[in-house]
Design a protein around this ligand. Structure first.
Ligand code: PRX
Length: 649
């Protein structure tokens, strides 16, 4: 967690830009408060009312059954998520564009709702033909191509549980996640493109599948046309399956609580957690927040830049916008390829009106300079969003002025994989914003900053961000580990959802999220566990012990710093440092590539043997250990820290 600068609590509120406000659904803080209070006084009445935005095959009989910490929402209700995202729009909007897709290499496609529906139906039939049944888990390891949302919606259509694994993860990370979810089918591609290079997804998938006996078939999309290894009987081309499949696939009816997907995220231990989301509550959360927070209109061109490998892509590139019948832009590739104005070019080309990206991306755009932006007409933009980490006021202001031309409100949306949908965010026509604050909880969300005893902290004091009441899109459990679900989220303050974030609340009730209080590291908005990186390091033959901490990074928010003790017989060297960095990148994926590896002959520990991360964080942050590698200096400092640590034990 980064140190909080108390000065930012004094950021002056910026009222919603007048032109935006004039057209907005909610136009004042009073209107927000009315809705907020209505939801707070009668949450079940409120959510029951909101749930009417879904298309039900049978309406719910009971809104909520809450046996802490297990919630069941909309009991007795029956629906189909894929029907809600596609079929129900066909009567009025069959020819509306659902998806504009563009790739790094210039390839582009567009799909109307009718076309997307047809592709989803065909692939759903293909899945049925492969013996995939409702409740089966399907692993998805794909580049950002249209077949990715098609695969998700096809799974949802037939009640299969998708488990998307980000395309940047390694074979080990992939196989761990496939094994945990016991997926029987894996969907991938021959490759994807990133900065002009081919990412060999099939090769990685093959390696992972070797370690996963549950995998019966691998479906492969032909994307790059590169040669790939092929196992007859196991591997199948997507296009062959789709060519043979009928486009008639009626959407069956599922219970509101039917599992929709598992998405792995990092926690405090080395083992990733499979966050489980179910159908109606999740879809409602995604749909409701897309409407409210983006103030979405029928003619909007909406672009969420997140990869579907993460929750933001699930909720705000697939389920939320499609349930709302929005026109989405999807891009496969890097923002700086071939040049640093690729995003601005895309905004200009498609006349994007809503742009939702990460705080890290905003900081990178700012560092790249305004000349890239000046070349493009961004006047189509009317709203900007950010997510993933705290955004510093300077980056916020730059985003507001340079990208948004001071006419676009910024929604700084706080939420998590576990919450399924946005929880704290301004409403763009109603909430005055303060740069750096996600502002106020959304109607239906009861959030507070408290001590571990549950007492609300005073303005200016740091506490834990907690959520007090269940909400429809909340995770239902950790797949296969309900004990961990109870322990991690519901036991720190009994009966209350513990977010794992530190925060402050100012005198106006605005929430300022400061960062994680656990050993989760956020690098460029990607959530990583220090324990997972440590176990990757100790799996290297030269490493005896490792401790991993984060230090602040101007662009990426945080960067990974590893302290490593070597086994005897191994010597510190620049080559070994590079090898260890590479080893982590190969074991987990390039998103976990450490910024630094420092050798230490011993790590500072308490008498009971616990590594003193706080001290290491200090060393990492302040750069206390200077010089190139090097061991002796490092060791001297670490030893000093160790001595201090013993005193603290
Ligand atoms: O620390 C918070 C940070 O991201 C964490 C959740 O990460 P993940 O599950 O990967 O989901 C990211 C996308 C929703 C949170 O616990 N975070 C997310 N949004 C914000 C944020 N921190 C500050 N401000 C935000 N807007």
């Amino acid at each position: 967690m980064q140190e909080f600068d108390p000065k930012i609590l004094n950021e002056k509120p910026i009222p919603p830009p007048a032109e935006f406000q004039r057209r907005a659904r909610l136009r004042s803080l009073d209107e927000y408060r009315k809705l907020y209070d209505r939801a707070k006084i009668d949450p079940e009445g409120f959510w029951g009312e909101q749930a009417k935005m879904l298309d039900w095959f049978a309406p719910p009989k009971k809104i909520l059954e809450w046996n802490v910490p297990h919630a069941k929402w909309f009991l007795g209700g029956k629906l189909n998520v894929s029907h809600n995202c596609l079929d129900r729009h066909l009567a009025k909007s069959a020819n509306k564009i659902a998806l504009y897709w563009e790739a790094e290499d210039g390839k582009h496609l567009k799909f109307t709702y009718a076309q997307l529906h047809e592709r989803v139906c065909k692939f759903a039939n293909a899945l049925l033909g492969l013996g995939v049944k409702d409740g089966d888990s399907v692993a998805v390891y794909m580049p950002m191509i249209p077949e990715l949302p098609i695969a998700l919606l096809a799974c949802a259509r037939i009640g299969a549980i998708h488990s998307v694994i980000f395309g940047g993860f390694s074979a080990t990370a992939l196989s761990d996640r496939i094994s945990d979810a016991k997926s029987k089918l894996l969907i991938t591609a021959d490759g994807g493109y990133r900065r002009g290079h081919v990412v060999p997804l099939k090769e990685t998938a093959d390696k992972a599948a070797e370690a996963c006996p549950s995998i019966e078939k691998i479906v492969v999309v032909k994307r790059t046309g590169e040669n790939v290894a092929w196992k007859n009987g196991r591997d199948l081309w997507w296009h062959d399956l789709e060519a043979k499949a009928s486009s008639n696939c009626p959407a069956p009816s599922f219970d509101a609580e039917h599992p929709l997907y598992i998405l792995y995220t990092s926690g405090t231990t080395g083992k990733p957690k499979g966050v489980l989301h179910t159908s109606a509550g999740y879809l409602l959360g995604a749909m409701y927040t897309t409407q409210l927070v983006f103030d979405l209109r029928d003619d909007d061109i909406y672009w969420c830049t997140a990869d579907i490998g993460w929750v933001t892509g699930h909720s705000y590139l697939v389920y939320g916008p499609l349930a709302n019948c929005a026109t989405c832009v999807m891009y496969e590739g890097a923002p700086d390829f071939p040049k640093k104005d690729r995003f601005w070019e895309i905004i200009e080309r498609y006349k994007v009106s809503i742009f939702y990206s990460s705080a890290t991306a905003v900081r990178a755009f700012m560092a790249w300079g305004n000349d890239w932006i000046a070349k493009h007409d961004l006047s189509s933009l009317r709203l900007l969003g950010t997510v993933g980490e705290p955004i510093n006021p300077a980056a916020w202001k730059w985003y507001f002025e340079v990208i948004g031309g001071k006419r676009c409100p910024i929604v700084d949306t706080w939420w998590q994989t576990e919450t399924g949908a946005m929880m704290i965010s301004p409403l763009p026509g109603a909430t005055p914003t303060k740069p750096g604050s996600a502002t106020l909880p959304l109607p239906g969300v009861v959030a507070r900053v408290a001590t571990l005893k549950g007492e609300t902290v005073k303005p200016g004091e740091t506490g834990y961000l907690i959520i007090e009441k269940p909400w429809p899109s909340m995770l239902r459990t950790i797949f296969g580990d309900d004990e961990r679900f109870k322990r991690d989220y519901w036991s720190r303050i009994p009966g209350v959802y513990f977010t794992g974030d530190a925060a402050q609340c100012d005198a106006d009730g605005y929430i300022w999220v400061l960062g994680r209080v656990d050993d989760v590291i956020k690098v460029a908005g990607h959530r990583l566990s220090s324990m997972e990186i440590e176990s990757a390091l100790v799996s290297h033959p030269a490493v005896a012990e490792a401790a991993v901490v984060a230090r602040p990074d101007e662009i990426k928010g945080e960067a990974i710093v590893c302290f490593v003790t070597l086994r005897s017989g191994h010597n510190h060297s620049a080559a070994l440092r590079v090898a260890l960095i590479e080893h982590v990148a190969v074991t987990i994926g390039s998103i976990a590539r450490p910024a630094e590896v420092r050798f230490a002959d011993l790590l500072p520990k308490t008498r009971s043997g616990k590594i003193m991360r706080r001290l290491l964080r200090e060393v990492a942050e302040k750069g206390g250990v200077s010089g190139d590698t090097t061991t002796l200096e490092d060791m001297a400092v670490i030893q000093k820290l160790a001595a201090a640590a013993i005193d603290e034990d």
